[in-house]
Design a protein around this ligand. Structure first.
Ligand code: URA
Length: 291
């Protein structure tokens, strides 16, 4: 595998017109030297990519606000690094999960277990559990953080503004969540229930929910996992390292290669980093294809 840090363009595959159009949708400006205007290169990481038409920057760390959130009430802080925590939910209030049982479940049993889960206090405030969506036979898995308001309402991951960007990112690599006409992807979150007011997931919530994601990974058997955002990365890789230090190399979760990248909600607020996210997707493609 080539080292993505040596030359950020070295792993970029040839882009056809459709992929270029999708990159434009994702907000990544395709860069080319003047003398070779027809040659397509990714935007260098230092040069901020031009943003596609995206929603105004949401204030919260995670991306669950509706697409036009300028006036939406915000309760979480703007800075992603801050993780103030409300009152922890006592585990005694809920029924404990049995990880060994979850590890044996097939898809219907797993889905039913998630739907009825009361392993943490989030069951009291959720409207719907958000299990996962996509192609269960795929070789690509996307792991996000937790449902937001739209996901809680619809019971499907990544259906808000961040979800639209995720769909564009998938299209840029020739994939979609449905897999119709292109390759598929399976999308799941670390947490299956929305934290109230989109607050950050708490450690005991992540710990309680973890067996579900582990089983989803075991059932999909992906060739690659793309971990999006701090909580996905921390949960899968058991590290406190910031994303910026984990990007650009291949990690492992239960033997499956993991590529670390920014959360689509962060990219909506920080479009300059879309070029880095594109590099990460290229590394994911290269890694999956090299297996
Ligand atoms: N952000 C996530 O991480 N997951 C979702 O499903 C929605 C927003």
């Amino acid at each position: 595998m080539s080292d993505a840090n040596d030359d950020p363009t070295s792993f970029v595959p040839h882009l056809d017109a459709r992929q270029r159009a999708m990159l434009a949708e994702m907000g990544v400006r395709v860069w080319a030297p003047r003398a070779e205007a027809a040659v397509v290169e990714p935007a260098p990481a230092e040069v901020p990519a031009v943003s596609a038409p995206v929603a105004p920057p949401p204030a919260e760390t995670r991306p669950s606000a509706p697409p036009a959130p300028a006036t939406a009430p915000r309760t979480a802080p703007a800075a992603p690094a801050v993780a103030p925590v409300a009152v922890p939910t006592p585990p005694a209030a809920t029924e404990r999960l049995r990880p060994a049982a979850v590890a044996q479940m097939d898809w219907p049993a797993l889905q039913a277990a998630v739907a009825g889960c009361e392993a943490c206090g989030l069951c009291k405030t959720r409207r719907n559990t958000v299990f996962g969506v996509g192609d269960t036979q795929t070789d690509w898995m996307i792991v996000g953080e937790a449902p937001g308001e739209n996901e809680d309402l619809q019971g499907e991951p990544f259906v808000g503004a961040a979800g639209q960007l995720l769909d564009n990112m998938l299209r840029a690599v020739g994939r979609s969540r449905t897999g119709e006409g292109v390759k598929g992807a399976y999308i799941a979150n670390v947490l299956k229930c929305r934290p109230p007011a989109n607050r950050n997931p708490q450690p005991q919530e992540v710990a309680q929910c973890e067996p579900y994601l582990a089983r989803q990974v075991a059932l999909v058997k992906p060739k690659i996992i793309v971990a999006m955002g701090r909580f996905a990365v921390q949960s899968l890789l058991r590290t406190e390292e910031p994303i910026g230090r984990l990007r650009g190399r291949v990690h492992r979760y239960e033997g499956v290669p993991v590529i670390v990248t920014y959360h689509p909600a962060y990219l909506l607020r920080t479009p300059a980093d879309k070029a880095k996210a594109w590099e990460d997707l290229c590394l994911a493609m290269e890694t999956a294809e090299g297996l």
